[in-house]
Design a protein around this ligand. Structure first.
Ligand SMILES: [Zn+2]
Length: 94
């Protein structure tokens, strides 16, 4: 029996706004085994940008050799609203 998807209203964890998790998106997520998003499209894009920024920062830090650890902890310091997910992603080398 095929699974049918319907548009679903979700609330973004970041900005607390309601967004629609469209049925075509649900299908896409489902096919790839992703879990439902907990953030609206806008916040997801922002998070993506942030990850890219962290990655660049991290690669730069690697190039700077022995200062790597200091660089990373400094970049994570003041931003306490991050989830552990966000923190880990930037630290994974390519
Ligand atoms: Zn949002």
């Amino acid at each position: 029996m095929p699974i049918t998807f319907v548009d679903k209203k979700m609330r973004c964890k970041s900005c607390k706004k309601e967004f629609v998790f469209r049925k075509d998106e649900q299908e896409y997520f489902f096919k790839r085994g992703f879990s439902a998003p907990s953030h609206c499209e806008i916040c997801r894009k922002e998070r993506k940008k942030e990850r890219r920024r962290q990655r660049r920062h991290f690669l730069k830090a690697i190039n700077a050799a022995e200062n790597v650890k200091i660089e990373i902890s400094a970049s994570q310091g003041p931003e306490t609203s991050k989830t552990s997910d966000d923190v880990n992603v930037g630290l994974t080398p390519a």
